[in-house]
Design a protein around this ligand. Structure first.
Ligand SMILES: [Zn+2]
Length: 259
């Protein structure tokens, strides 16, 4: 298997590091507060080892499966299940359900990933795919995708009042928490995705259209690059440096670590 190339310091997390992070550092309550009041009962999801091929031996058969966590009694219980699976990625379902598990709406989101950026050094996504490095990215691409995130934030800010930015570990997500955005139908989401794409943004259309319901959980660990998924204000986004910023460094990488 080809190892992906990442900016310096970014690398796969080991199982021990995932365990350390989720046992001692991860604050699921903070993530739950981030959703606000719109969320109701949240469905979570994990992928144990699809890209990294790193997984607990007993979950070998399910390493690439998306496992939904919707049967839980409280957040501690969810955290316990995450520590059991030790996943490379944790997500939540943007769809909002009522008590009968019927869909009542969906959070609107935009996903900007660095591999979609054409890099002066590494070329287009097609070039990278040819080298089997579709998930690789460099610091230059990360900087370019950050500029796109800032512009998309402004673009969406003209239409919505509650836009939130999140550093995903590789790229950036923009979440729209306005009531009216939860109520958009499939066609309206698709139209909006097309509009944003024709304005020149390299978004993943499946996320915005709603077909891809899952999105990375804020404050979880991106085990592909060993970075914490971090909500950022617009001002923080502008000065954000994913390679060095201590706030997105898990303790096992942080210079301040004492072990
Ligand atoms: Zn590059």
């Amino acid at each position: 298997m080809v190892q992906y190339n990442f900016p310096v310091g970014m690398r796969y997390s080991t199982l021990d590091e995932r365990k350390q992070f989720y046992s001692t550092e991860f604050k699921l309550g903070k993530a739950a507060r981030w959703f606000g009041s719109e969320s109701g009962k949240i469905k979570f999801a994990v992928i144990i080892g699809r890209h990294t091929k790193i997984y607990p031996e007993k979950y070998k058969g399910d390493a690439s499966t998306t496992i939904i966590i919707d049967d839980y009694s409280n957040l501690e219980d969810v955290k316990g299940q995450i520590i059991e699976f030790l996943p490379e990625a944790v997500y939540y379902d943007r769809t909002v359900y009522d008590e009968n598990d019927q869909k009542t709406g969906q959070e609107l989101a935009f996903d900007l990933d660095p591999e979609n950026i054409t890099c002066p050094i590494h070329g287009t996504l097609a070039d990278k795919m040819k080298r089997q490095q579709g998930l690789s990215f460099c610091e230059l691409e990360l900087g370019m995708v950050k500029q796109e995130a800032i512009h998309l934030y402004e673009f969406l800010g003209n239409r919505f009042s509650q836009v939130r930015a999140v550093y995903s570990g590789r790229g950036f997500h923009l979440h729209v928490l306005d009531q009216q955005a939860y109520a958009l139908n499939a066609q309206e989401r698709l139209d909006l995705a097309q509009q944003v794409k024709s304005a020149g943004f390299h978004i993943d259309e499946w996320v915005t259209s709603g077909e891809m319901r899952l999105i990375r959980l804020p404050y979880s660990l991106n085990g592909l690059v060993s970075r914490i998924v971090l909500p950022l204000t617009k001002g923080e986004l502008e000065s954000f440096d994913a390679v060095h910023d201590e706030r997105c460094l898990p303790k096992f990488l942080s210079k301040k670590a004492t072990f």
